[in-house]
Design a protein around this ligand. Sequence first.
Ligand code: NAG
Ligand code: NAG
Ligand code: NAG
Length: 536
Amino acid sequence: MAVLSLFAVFLALFVSPLPCHDVPGYQKPVMVQQTGKVLPKPQTMTASTEAYALAMPSFKFTYGSSSEMCDIVDQAFQRYYDLIFDIDGLRKAPVASKDMSELNTLQVMVKEPCTGVYPSLESSENYTLTVAAPMGTLVADSAWGVLRGLETFSQLVYRTDNGMMLINKTTIDDFPRFAHRGILLDTSRHFIPLKYIKQNLDAMAYNKFNVFHWHIVDDQSFPYQSVVFPDLSAKGAFNPYTHLYTQDDIKDVIEYSRLRGIRVVPEFDTPGHTASWGAGLPGFLTPCYDGTTPNGKYYAANPIRNTTYDMMTKLLKEVKDVFPDKYVHLGGDEVNFNCWKSNPDITKFMETMGFGTDYSKLEQYYIKNILDISTSIGRNYIVWQEVLDNGVQVAKDTVVEVWKSNPAVPTEMARVTAKGLRAILSSCWYLNYISYGTDWGKYYTCEPQDFTGTQEQKDLVIGGEACMWGEYVDGTNLIARLWPRASAVAERLWSAKDVTSMADAAVRIDEQRCRMVRRGLNAEPLHPGFCQFEYD
Ligand SMILES: *[C@@H]1O[C@H](CO)[C@@H](O)[C@H](O)[C@H]1NC(C)=O
Ligand SMILES: *[C@@H]1O[C@H](CO)[C@@H](O)[C@H](O)[C@H]1NC(C)=O
Ligand SMILES: *[C@@H]1O[C@H](CO)[C@@H](O)[C@H](O)[C@H]1NC(C)=O
């Protein structure tokens, strides 16, 4: 009751004339309306204002008679039932409706076998959803399409003030514009507990993201517990007992992701960004010199020792066995050459190889070896743009991640795709950068195909990623910092190219933020005002 009366006070505040309209910086408060808007906006949607009541408590999800069945869909039925009917706190038990048609079933048809499958870059996520009383239908090729369709269905449901659960008569034919829609989390600058990684996977599913790019290790710490090199985390994690992802944790994350149609692409970034590897993998890093004597410092993988490649082979073989995705991210960004330049053995090697003083040739040599190792063990790779910028020969099925703003993004996107390589864009989606006020608009207006090139080049753009680098982010603020700002990226990557109205998107993002709060996520507010679920 205390909660309800607090609610009444807030209502009274907003109903009574506010005294401060002329105050500079005053922003009108907004009460977020729940009307069953869908984010990301579906490709085609015919909605009507004819509303049905969800039958309570008899509403159910069922399989159609000729549908494939599997745990992915079984568990999604349970999850979405709970999300839709989740009743506690302020949320009153739904009341039965009089004089209204009822929707009592959503019948689901999966065409392809789905037992034991993992999502991939080639997966179909298409679905067709028809909401009409008394039974709606959801048809998809794959379980992944069913997951996207169930998310849409759950978003169409809204609640009246007197507690009725309603859904409007609707038909939707939907599919993603881009196949690769990722979120990067950095678990090296700060450790992110499993609980928040899973919350983020939930949020990704609510926004139809499908790739968890796990930047799992970096200079600052090595929380991945390797079987072949256990010392890497024993000596490289912030705390080898608590700040660690064990093999069981990794399996848990991969399965949790699979059930939500999310690929897990791990990144083992080398030769730079490897300071934390040094203690656990003696001989891997390059000794730096002052004149002719080692100065006790180490930097970057040592590209001239064969053992470096032996170690990488062992590690990448393990990574291949642990992570089922066909792709691994091999990094390759931001290598500083100073330490390599200081090392007399490297100078000698440069002469032998005929590299002169061009250290980018040495970098190419290193990266080429790593890419070849990856290919030989059966993994395709994603690399940061520098690998291409430095002229390394890459395999045809390489995916290049464009992250810099200099050279300009359109120049780089054109350059990558002109080589016939696929590109993903993240330059404009570094959500770790924050500022005062609302910034989702600038993420919303970033268009990945906005460069000069042929249609074939445009088609090589397979998507993008929102990045949350971890210097100032851990479990305490990850969710609030990412959501709902990443929802703007979600819509850009899923919806049709011509879905660009900010005014239209604003109401969808508002409702989506409020929906995420209702589902228990600390998604941050976008403006003064309130969401009726934020009191829990
Ligand atoms: C659903 O119908 C109601 C009226 O019955 C309307 O106010 C609401 O905007 C509709 N929602 C959507 C998403 O079209
Ligand atoms: C998904 O639907 C779109 C639009 O109809 C179509 O172009 C695409 O080929 C479909 N994808 C799959 C995997 O069926
Ligand atoms: C390193 O490997 C190369 C190529 O296999 C070989 O020619 C060279 O002798 C090896 N160096 C050492 C020190 O084993």
